[in-house]
Design a protein around this ligand. Structure first.
Ligand code: KG4
Ligand code: ZN
Length: 332
């Protein structure tokens, strides 16, 4: 089920440079160099700057991961790397490093889908039963996935426009709360009350999401209220609305497919209100609920190592001609 030998995993798809030593589903080290401070100055991610920062951090981060994982290069049995989807320049840095290591050490290389990493991140800490429903919520993706077993995924709902993380990021910018939006909204919402009505997107029994109307509604709200807008209350309204629709849809999906459990993964899974709401909703219907600890929610190489370990156990490997792919559906 898992490849029980040391893997070095590398993740550089967006704005974190990360390397991890993983054996099976156990993460021995998981070093993350975040570029958040740099991108904060521009209010978002600048792809060229992200790639350059990955180039600067990649070797020290790999060395640190090997050091903390207490494993020498010669003990590694495979190299795993996120090769899709993501920013092409950013992905290329990790993939180039991974190829060089795989080639020089003479060990297998495995390209991993970033979302499979998020999807399997709960396995670092829990043995999640199959089939289960996963809600993947990140800066670029919002998907409800039926997970039948390792490698068997079916997307049963997704966003038709913005991702949930984008909804947080854009609302945060409109409210003048800065980047990244999720943590900023969560902080500001602490002293506020959800009192501004915002649309939740699609109606009816779909499992899809739509957040573009929501973003426009936040813009209209700031225009209408002007200086009298209570920022804390607006942040609380944003958080309340987004977490409510995410919880409602995923619970309904879990019931519809007879899931044995529900998982919550991806950067937005770090949101406390979302974690609490999902847990409470699952408790109500007696459905086991799993979400990784906060550090494993946002981008990290540990989760990439776990996903790789399930594939290596099935004998999969990539060639040295492994490509980087900017957009790729989960399962491709
Ligand atoms: O998975 P991730 O680290 O990167 C991508 O693969 O996109 O997710 C980043 C997203 C950002 O949109 C960020 O605002 C959001 O996760 N996020 C949060 C929180 N922490 C990070 N959203 C809501 N509440 C949080 N506490
Ligand atoms: Zn991610």
């Amino acid at each position: 089920m898992f490849f029980e030998h040391p893997i070095l995993a590398i993740e550089t798809s967006c704005d974190e440079t990360s390397a991890a030593v993983v054996v099976g589903n156990r993460i021995f080290s998981n070093v993350i160099a975040s570029q958040i401070e740099m991108h904060r100055k521009w209010g978002g991610i600048v792809p060229e700057a992200a790639a350059r920062a990955h180039v600067e951090s990649i070797l020290p981060v790999i060395e640190e991961a090997l050091g903390q994982g207490e494993v020498g290069l010669n003990y590694l049995k495979a190299i795993a790397v996120t090769n899709r989807p993501g920013l092409v320049g950013a992905l290329s840095v990790g993939v180039t490093a991974a190829k060089a290591l795989s080639f020089s050490l003479g060990i297998p290389l495995l390209g991993v889908h970033h979302l499979e990493g998020h999807l399997l991140s709960p396995f670092a800490e829990h043995n999640v039963p199959f089939p289960h429903i996963a809600l993947i919520v990140s800066g670029g993706h919002t998907e409800i996935v039926r997970v039948s077993s390792f490698g068997e995924y079916e997307i049963i709902g997704e966003t038709r426009d913005d991702a949930a993380g984008e909804a947080f990021d854009k609302a945060s910018r409109l409210l003048g709360l800065g980047y990244p939006g999720g943590p900023a909204i969560q902080e500001a919402a602490k002293s506020g009350k959800s009192k501004y009505p915002l649309p939740v997107g699609l109606k009816g029994d779909t499992f899809d999401f739509s957040f573009s109307g929501f973003k426009t509604a936040v813009l209209r709200l700031t225009e209408r209220e002007g200086d009298s807008l209570n920022i804390a209350d607006a942040a609380a309204s944003v958080q309340d609305t987004v977490t409510r629709v995410l919880t409602e849809r995923s619970i309904r999906a879990a019931e519809a497919v007879g899931a044995q459990a529900l998982t919550l993964v991806g950067g937005v899974a770090a949101n406390r209100m979302l974690r609490e709401r999902m847990m409470a909703a699952c408790e109500k219907i007696d459905l086991p609920f799993f979400t990784p600890s906060i550090k494993l929610c946002t981008d990290n190489a540990g989760m990439i190592g776990i996903a790789a370990s399930t594939r290596l156990a099935r004998g999969e490997a990539s060639g040295i001609d492994l490509d980087v792919i900017s957009s790729a559906e989960l399962g491709s």
